[in-house]
Every structure is written in structure tokens, then in C-alpha cells.
Design a protein around this ligand. Structure first.
Ligand code: PLP
Length: 374
């Protein structure tokens, strides 16, 4: 068997330990005589798996008791619609929702919400007329145009494509109007560092970056935000109904939840989120140091204080070297480094499951390639 270092943005690499455990349990889970994929979601085995996954997640993130944890389907993209369907469409006071646009994903969320209700763009850092610069920083306080009456304020705390990350929940919260629930798309950095969940009204994340296989979507929602959906909302889209049924209104994505639960256990063995954060910082610093020391051979355009620890986009000063870079990287066992088509160049996604050794291999390759081609 041959496993490469996989820098794919998502679906992304999973911890080898977890995959081996899945392999071990695939045909016969703990003596049940069948695998998790094949058992009833209502049986005691799967119910136990779901309960343990939720308990471990609550422990890892320190989720306060007045928050519900939902295991849904449809990806983060469904949440772009489901959030305004639940929190905006039925709003008794006909308020609008604010969106901070810091990259492609928050822009998509903003566009989707326009189909459901009244939304405002509370800030955008898209460099006007300078598409090449794109999204390279978070907005400053004086660039925010916030509605203190908004039904909620939406933001994406890690822009996967542009590599722009919110690192400090407290500093962020200080900029925002009190009483407006903060809704965050954390798809690509959830569980990569400790988060003060109490600062958020709702957090959502698709699983396939930092949680597990695609197919399950995590929603962590404060209880007072439930029950705000309009009467006509489809049952399966209603957070309140999903919460009342313990994410089991219908068949949940059982296998994805099971693997996510194993990832949560693995995270606890890494020292929880504080332990993971230390490793993630070390990994990111190695890559950024290689870029910054390359004398312009590699370039990352993101402002230093919001460079992502998870997704590191970079360009080569000579774009004609893009193809050789990718081909030689692949030959060296480094996969998934091609940047998103909207920004070009390269992107190294170094989620929790990417070991330090994989990052060292990448940096070694980058330094070598630059020395040969400078
Ligand atoms: C990947 C991603 C999405 C889209 O996720 P899907 O599960 O494919 O819908 C949304 N937001 C962010 C920040 C992402 O990284």
C-alpha cells in the first residue's frame, strides 16, 4: 500500500489511525456481527455511537448546555439557505440579516440568503477593481457598516479558498453590536483551535475538511434561536424539529457520524483543541516561513494577522513553473496542491489530520524546487 501526503482542500486527508480503526471495524463493529453502515440508526449500537460523538464534541469545544448539537446533511451549502430560512424568513419584526464578505464562501452565503429574505452586506474587503488582489484580509473596524437590529450577523471564520482566518474570537466580538447573534461558517477550521462557542449564536461546518467524510454537517445552535422558522418551512429544514428529534427525524448519515466520532476521540488523544492548535501553528509557521524566505519565488498575499493556519494559498513568481511544480510535487508524493481556479497558483491545505512530517516534506520540496528554478 502507498499513501501520499494529501494537501487536498476537501474532501481531505483523515488521520491514519482513524482509517485503520474503521478498517478493523468495517465488517463487524464491536461484535455486532455487521458494520456501522449496515445497522439500524434506531438500534442501541448506533444510538450509542451518536451519543458518544456528541459528548466528545461537546467536551472538545466546551459547548455550553444551552446549545444544541445537530448532525445534518446537505453540506455547508445547505446551511447557506437553512440559516436564513430559520432565522430570517419568519422574523416577526421583519428585520434583515447582515453579511460580512471576506471571500468566496461568505459571498456565496450572502447570495444564497438573498433568495430567502432581506440581507445587507455589512462589509466587503474585495479589493475594488483589483481582482488580482482579491480577498486578502479581514475588514477593519471602520469598514464595518453594522445594523444593530439585524436578525443575525453572518461571517466565515476561515475562507478556504483565500486563506483568510479569524484567529481571535474576543477581538472579533468586540467589533460587533451586542445582542445580534453571530452566525459562523467554520467548515474549514472547526476543531483546529479552541473556540469560545458562547460568542456565537450558531456555528455550522461541513465535515469533509476537518471532521470526517462528506455527508454530515454540524450545526451548533443556541436554544433561543430555535423555533423562529415560519410555519410553512419544510420539516426537514426546521432546526427545531431536528433538535426535538435528536438529529433522527429521518435516517442520519450514520457512517459519516461514526467516522466523525472516531476523529473526535483521536483529537482528544492529541491533547484536545489546545494541543491541536500548537501543532497546527507549528505546521503553518513552517510553510509561511518557506514562502517568506524564498525571495519572491513564492508569494502569499494575505495580511500577516489573518493568514490561515489551515489553507495556505501561494503563487509562483513565474507562472510557467506552475505545471512543473505540480508534476514534480506529485512525483515526490505530495498531492492536491493545485490552487482553486478562482485564485490560481497553489494551495496547501494542512488540516488537523496532516502530520508535521507531511508539512516538512512539502517545505523540503518547495525549498528544493526554488533552488533549482530561481
Ligand atoms: C467547503 C466549504 C463550503 C462548502 O461545503 P459543502 O459541504 O461542499 O457544501 C462552505 N464554506 C466553507 C468555508 C467551505 O470550506
Amino acid at each position: 500500500m502507498h499513501r501520499v501526503w494529501n494537501f487536498s482542500a476537501g474532501p481531505a486527508t483523515l488521520p491514519t489511525e482513524v482509517l485503520l480503526q474503521v478498517q478493523e471495524e468495517l465488517l463487524d463493529w464491536h461484535g455486532a456481527g455487521c458494520g456501522v453502515m449496515e445497522m439500524s440508526h434506531r438500534g442501541k449500537e448506533f444510538t450509542g455511537i451518536l451519543e458518544a460523538a456528541e459528548a466528545d464534541l461537546r467536551e472538545l469545544l466546551g459547548i455550553p448546555a444551552q446549545y444544541k448539537v445537530l448532525f445534518l446533511q446537505g453540506g455547508a451549502t445547505q446551511q447557506f439557505a437553512q440559516v436564513p430560512m430559520n432565522l430570517l424568513a419568519g422574523d416577526q419584526d421583519r428585520r434583515s440579516a447582515d453579511y460580512i464578505v471576506t471571500g468566496s464562501w461568505s459571498k456565496k452565503a450572502f447570495k444564497e440568503a438573498q433568495r430567502i429574505g432581506q440581507v445587507r452586506q455589512a462589509a466587503s474587503v474585495e479589493a475594488k477593481g483589483q481582482v488580482a488582489d482579491g480577498f486578502t484580509r479581514l475588514p477593519r473596524a471602520d469598514e464595518l457598516d453594522l445594523d444593530p437590529q439585524a436578525a443575525y450577523l453572518h461571517l466565515c471564520t476561515n475562507e478556504t479558498i483565500h486563506g483568510v482566518e479569524v484567529h481571535d474570537d474576543a477581538a472579533l466580538a468586540a467589533l460587533l453590536p451586542a445582542g445580534v447573534p453571530l452566525v459562523a461558517d467554520m467548515s474549514s477550521h472547526i476543531l483546529s483551535r479552541p473556540v469560545d462557542v458562547s460568542r456565537y449564536g450558531l456555528i455550522y461546518a461541513g465535515a469533509q475538511k476537518n471532521i470526517g467524510p462528506s455527508g454530515v454537517t454540524l450545526v451548533i445552535v443556541r436554544e433561543d434561536l430555535l423555533g423562529r422558522a415560519p410555519a410553512g418551512i419544510p420539516t426537514v429544514m426546521d432546526y427545531q424539529v431536528m433538535a426535538d428529534n435528536g438529529s433522527m427525524l429521518n435516517t442520519p448519515p450514520t457512517f459519516a457520524i461514526y467516522v466523525a466520532g472516531l476523529v473526535f476521540q483521536w483529537l482528544k488523544r492529541q491533547g484536545g483543541l489546545a494541543g491541536m492548535q500548537a501543532i497546527n501553528r507549528e505546521k503553518a509557521e513552517l510553510v509561511y516561513a518557506a514562502i517568506d524566505a524564498s525571495q519572491g519565488f513564492y508569494k502569499n498575499p494575505v495580511a500577516a494577522d489573518c493568514r490561515s493556519c489551515m489553507n495556505i494559498p501561494f503563487t509562483l513568481a513565474k507562472p510557467e513553473l506552475d505545471k512543473p511544480f505540480l508534476a514534480e510535487a506529485q512525483a515526490a508524493g505530495l498531492l492536491g496542491l493545485k490552487g482553486h481556479k478562482s485564485v490560481g497558483g497553489m494551495r496547501a491545505s494542512i488540516y488537523n489530520a496532516m502530520p508535521l512530517d507531511g508539512v516538512r516534506a512539502l517545505v523540503h520540496f518547495m525549498n528544493d524546487f526554488a533552488a533549482k528554478n530561481a
